[in-house]
Write a protein that binds this ligand. Structure first.
Ligand code: SF4
Length: 363
């Protein structure tokens, strides 16, 4: 099987107790059947760790760790290290703990993997190098996956995504223009997919000229206000998140009163490229490309707005925390991500014109 990964993928190591976060807090982790069977067997031994396994795992229908009243994994010790690794070895982690924060996508005998942005270390690896993001391919031993997809569309999407990356990484152009060109190309590509027009889609994979979206009739402040209102309708992961959105909303006139220059512009290029890498090929299953491009642009612009909120002395570590927070709220809640994709078709603030005018006013 052919595997594609971002160039930094194999550099990842969880920084565990040095992380300001812990993936072992606030999430109720399900344990896969074979690991649950091992834990159940291990719990029969006559020692104190066996008793901990017995008391802290719910072995019922869907086995899972029982969170403490402080919402911590019961095996996360005071030093924020994992006692399962310390007592049983890394090879006995359940699949979710072992794989996190990696993500994988399979299309028959082709696989793509990456590191999710809900992890601080993954974000650091993504944004700390200013050179254009690139991906590497390798061959791995793995049986083909049998989930259905459209192979012809996949081939075109791979080429189209390369073009999207080239547009985003063309540093001779301002970032706002790159985002607008991307949105325009994605709109045309969606039309071609909807009409089954393979020739038009093929043409878009080549270096053809692109007309930018028509100027929006909405004020960028109205667009951003509507987007922040929509985000407040989603289920928060962090209980303080809605308050943060509200504060941003209150500050909009001030934030948008002048053009802003991001501290490290490459971070926004990387973010958008990476989100397209993660989500775009899923369109080979459902034909929905434009919603994913809009989500990638919107995510990148929202990170920029979070930077603008804390502009003075904006540090890399603050950026990492902002990206992680937004990723958790949007990407790591299936309901929220689905709502965002769904609304991107209908909600006026998410039109290509509005997102383009927002990009132009922010950057
Ligand atoms: S956020 Fe990343 S670095 Fe931090 S504990 Fe989780 S996996 Fe490790």
């Amino acid at each position: 099987m052919k595997l594609t990964v971002p160039s930094f993928y194999f550099d990842f190591h969880c920084i565990a107790s040095r992380c300001t976060d812990s993936c072992c807090i606030g999430w109720e982790i399900d344990i896969d059947p074979s690991t649950a069977a091992y834990y159940r067997q291990r719990a029969q031994k006559n020692d104190s760790f066996a008793a901990r396994l017995e008391q802290n795992i719910d072995f019922s229908q869907t086995p899972h760790f029982l969170l403490t009243p402080q919402e911590r994994c019961p095996f996360l010790n005071k030093q924020n290290l994992c006692d399962l690794i310390l007592h049983l070895g890394e090879e006995h982690l359940c699949e979710i703990c072992d794989q996190h924060p990696r993500f994988h996508e399979w299309f028959g005998s082709y696989k793509e993997s990456g590191l999710g942005l809900c992890c601080e270390e993954a974000v650091r690896l993504l944004i700390s190098d200013a050179s254009p993001l690139h991906f590497v391919q390798t061959e791995i031993e793995e049986a083909p996956d049998d989930a259905p997809f459209d192979p012809q569309l996949l081939q075109l999407l791979l080429l189209l995504r390369e073009r999207f990356f080239a547009v985003l990484q063309d540093r001779t152009k301002p970032l706002s223009q790159r985002f607008c060109t991307l949105l325009s190309l994605a709109e045309q590509a969606q039309e071609a997919i909807d009409f089954g027009d393979t020739e038009a889609l093929e043409q878009l994979t080549k270096d053809s000229s692109v007309s930018l979206p028509e100027p929006s009739k909405e004020q960028p402040s109205e667009v951003l206000d509507a987007i922040l209102s929509f985000l407040q309708t989603l289920e928060p992961i962090d209980p303080l998140w809605p308050q943060r959105l509200q504060t941003l909303q209150n500050q909009l006139p001030k934030l948008l009163s002048k053009k802003y220059s991001p501290s490290r512009p490459h971070e926004y290029e990387h973010l958008c490229v990476y989100l397209l890498y993660r989500y775009l090929l899923k369109a080979a299953r459902d034909g929905e490309l434009l919603s994913r491009v809009k989500a990638a642009v919107l995510f990148s612009l929202l990170v920029l707005v979070l930077e603008m909120e804390t502009a003075a002395d904006f540090s890399l570590s603050q950026q990492i925390i902002n990206i992680k927070a937004l990723s958790k709220e949007l990407e790591y809640s299936d309901e929220n991500w689905d709502a965002l994709l769904e609304q991107s078709w209908n909600y006026p603030a998410f039109s290509c014109q509005n997102l383009c005018s927002l990009a132009a006013s922010l950057l």
